[in-house]
Design a protein around this ligand. Structure first.
Ligand SMILES: C[S@@+](CC[C@H](N)C(=O)[O-])C[C@H]1O[C@@H](n2cnc3c(N)ncnc32)[C@H](O)[C@@H]1O
Length: 254
């Protein structure tokens, strides 16, 4: 879907949602189901079939808005609009919001990594979302083992399907070790960076590099810093096994 010229992905998503709605209606499914299933399908296709927030909103909201406009939702109880939240929560469990909502790494954003950081044999995208970071890492190092971990079950599944070359696990990046990789890549939030630094210092092997798109680690000097073709900053850090920093983070001094 994503490879089709715009606006074909939107037209096909809306048509598929309406076809499913018509089928369920014809089978005399309950009205709420005939609306909820096409809606959920539209949300999933919005994440798989388009890039960028605006296009995803267009794909995902096309069916519910047109259903409301045609009066199909008239008579539905007001709470039924909460059904909108169900597919969203499935796609995006609350814990994932705390670290970063879904903003994919732009294509080609990590092309400069090998020139800056040399060869890397095993790389991890912590919070791999839909797999755009995995694709960018594979572009940078075609021969590296590429790993991803993602909290949202649906996004982890999408990543796995899109990036067959990578090993993608569904799980919490904070609860899994970052050892064994010679580069860990993050595209999270500014608030997550101090925690990421402490984890990198405690888990990562000597010589392994922590790379962050857009957000720097406060108070730490990057070993390299540059701009992507899209004008975003990339920061690379060499975590040090700093037991004091780590124990201070875990058990603050009184
Ligand atoms: C800004 S997106 C980046 C996606 C991907 N790394 C990329 O660059 O294309 C951040 C991702 O981190 C995931 N995430 C947030 N907290 C997480 C956690 N504790 N464990 C695993 N994944 C998490 C979110 O679900 C989201 O998919």
């Amino acid at each position: 879907l994503i490879a089709l010229p715009w606006p074909l992905p939107a037209v096909l998503t809306w048509a598929a949602a309406w076809a499913l709605c018509g089928l369920l209606w014809h089978q005399q499914a309950p009205a709420w189901l005939a609306l909820a299933l096409p809606l959920a399908m539209g949300v999933v296709l919005a994440f798989l079939g388009a890039q960028g927030l605006r296009r995803r909103l267009l794909l995902g909201l096309g069916f519910p808005l047109s259903a409301a406009a045609t009066g199909l939702t008239a008579g539905m109880p007001a709470w039924s609009w909460l059904l909108l939240l169900a597919p969203l929560l499935l796609l995006y469990p609350l814990r994932a919001w705390r670290d970063a909502p879904l903003f994919p790494t732009p294509a080609g954003a990590l092309k400069a990594l090998p020139a800056r950081l040399g060869r890397r044999a095993s790389v991890l995208d912590a919070g791999c979302g839909l797999g755009d970071g995995l694709l960018a890492l594979r572009d940078a190092w075609p021969h590296a083992r590429v790993h991803g971990i993602e909290w949202s079950p649906l996004l982890a599944l999408a990543s796995r399907l899109r990036c067959r070359f990578a090993t993608v696990r569904r799980g919490d990046m904070w609860a899994s070790s970052w050892a064994g990789h010679d580069l860990v890549y993050l595209f999270q939030r500014p608030e997550s960076m101090p925690r990421a630094w402490h984890k990198a210092c405690s888990d990562m092997d000597p010589g392994a590099v922590l790379v962050s798109l857009e957000f720097e680690v406060p108070g730490q000097q990057p070993i390299a810093q540059w701009q992507t073709p899209q004008g975003r900053s990339v920061f690379a850090y060499l975590p040090v096994a700093d037991t004091k920093a780590f124990s201070t983070a875990r058990s603050p001094r009184r």
